[in-house]
Design a protein around this ligand. Structure first.
Ligand SMILES: *[C@@H]1O[C@H](CO)[C@@H](O)[C@H](O)[C@H]1NC(C)=O
Ligand SMILES: *[C@@H]1O[C@H](CO)[C@@H](O)[C@H](O)[C@H]1NC(C)=O
Ligand SMILES: *[C@@H]1O[C@H](CO)[C@@H](O)[C@H](O)[C@H]1NC(C)=O
Length: 208
């Protein structure tokens, strides 16, 4: 026998049926396509605004002190360079995360130095004044002979290489880090006086 005071079964409201035509799978696909378009647009804007002009590098001054090549073909010298870096962009700030400068004779590096990180605002010109010291560095037989010959004539021919990790920033977009390379040659240095007499500024070839 049924209990008499059982409450009547509660009437459940009929669940509203999902509206036809709004297929969740379709929704997802449309959302993904829209998202893809937005990401594509962002990448395009980033590419257009961050496509870098060449940074301009020049060697403005170069001199050498205590230049000597020992009988065993080892070089000792102090190379002084003033390198100018120019950012020609109007809206792009360049951040140098690291910079490495080396000097070489016929591609044989004889001294190098690491420069601390810095930031270069639009249209900024930064002068990097640095001394690279060779302390008893072994030279190839050919280069030792060649440098002795150049020294006796009063002018040595060197090269300066700059390697840097840089990123660009414009508005809110920042580029990934890229490697900048600048090669400056020939750097003709008056070895008789340590002065800047006769020095011609050198425009470097840059690659990013
Ligand atoms: C130095 O290296 C560059 C590039 O690798 C080359 O073009 C050039 O001829 C080399 N110079 C000398 C003197 O070996
Ligand atoms: C370039 O920027 C550096 C460091 O931010 C600053 O010391 C220098 O004066 C600036 N040069 C010019 C020409 O604005
Ligand atoms: C090197 O400097 C000396 C002294 O300043 C000068 O007399 C000489 O002409 C210079 N040599 C070259 C090749 O410029």
């Amino acid at each position: 026998m049924l209990p008499t005071n059982q409450p009547p079964p509660r009437r459940t409201q009929p669940q509203p049926l999902p509206r036809r035509g709004l297929n969740p799978v379709l929704c997802c696909i449309i959302a993904l396509v829209l998202l893809g378009l937005l990401v594509g647009l962002a990448v395009l804007i980033t590419y257009l605004t961050l496509r870098p002009k060449r940074l301009v590098y020049t060697v403005e001054a170069a001199s050498v002190q205590d230049f000597a090549i020992a009988n065993d073909d080892h070089i000792s010298a102090k190379f002084n360079y003033v390198i100018k870096s120019y950012n020609p962009e109007k809206h792009v700030t360049v951040r140098y995360h690291s910079m490495h400068i080396s000097t070489a004779h016929h591609n044989q590096s004889v001294a190098h130095k690491v420069i601390s990180p810095f930031k270069q605002r639009p249209k900024n010109e930064t002068r990097i004044q640095t001394q690279l010291v060779s302390h008893n560095v072994a030279l190839s037989k050919f280069n030792a002979k060649d440098l002795r010959g150049e020294k006796s004539k009063g002018t040595i021919e060197m090269e300066v290489f700059v390697t840097a990790r840089v990123s660009y920033k414009t508005w809110i977009f920042r580029s990934r880090r890229r490697t900048l390379k600048a090669a400056c040659r020939p750097i003709m240095i008056n070895v008789t006086s340590g002065s800047l007499d006769g020095f011609q500024r050198v425009l470097c070839r840059t690659r990013l």
